[in-house]
Design a protein around this ligand. Structure first.
Ligand code: FES
Ligand code: FES
Length: 170
């Protein structure tokens, strides 16, 4: 016999907006994001922590949201792929580089890869190809588009650096 579900209230800040929901305590964070908050950019690939499609930032930490209960994220500041660009604004530099370098094939892995890449670029704009490869280990692209993904990340790093230099000069 199945144990009856226990409901719990969860409050999270996603991409700058606070949400409060009464959910089954067993709800995974990825389900809360997709099904309760309707932010379907975060994908579910394997549901076992292997593919990285569900990668988001939780309190600044890169996490696989299929490996975390929504109640564990209570009070957390979460950033999903929808939060990379301003709503109805232009794409972020990283997204633009992915577009220009054709780093998207079927696109299913892309939200997770973008979040991981965003996190890597927050750490450093001088990443080597080897460091990017190492950083992407937890994100599987079944289309094997890795070469273009690496060149998109390098492109975004270079353009972000150029922009920073320009700002410093002003
Ligand atoms: S769906 Fe979470 S790692 Fe694959
Ligand atoms: S672009 Fe298709 S799985 Fe990565």
């Amino acid at each position: 016999m199945r144990t009856p579900a226990t409901s719990q209230t969860v409050k999270v800040c996603v991409n700058g907006t606070w949400y409060e929901r009464l959910i089954d305590a067993r709800t995974l964070l990825v389900r809360l994001i997709r099904e309760d908050l309707n932010l379907t950019g975060t994908h579910i690939g394997c549901d076992t922590g292997n593919c990285g499609a569900c990668t988001v930032l939780c309190d600044g930490q890169l996490i696989k949201s299929c490996m975390m209960l929504a109640v564990q994220a209570n009070g957390a500041d979460i950033r999903t792929v929808e939060g990379l660009a301003e709503e109805s604004g232009p794409l972020s530099q990283l997204q633009q580089s992915f577009k220009e370098k054709h780093a998207v094939q079927c696109g299913y892995c892309t939200p997770g890869v973008l979040m991981n890449s965003y996190d890597m670029l927050q750490e450093s704009l001088d990443l080597t190809d080897a460091e990017i490869r190492r950083g992407l280990k937890g994100n599987v692209c079944r289309c094997t588009g890795y070469m273009n993904i690496i060149s998109a990340i390098q492109d975004a790093a270079r353009k972000t650096k150029e922009e920073q230099t320009l700002v410093e000069k002003i």
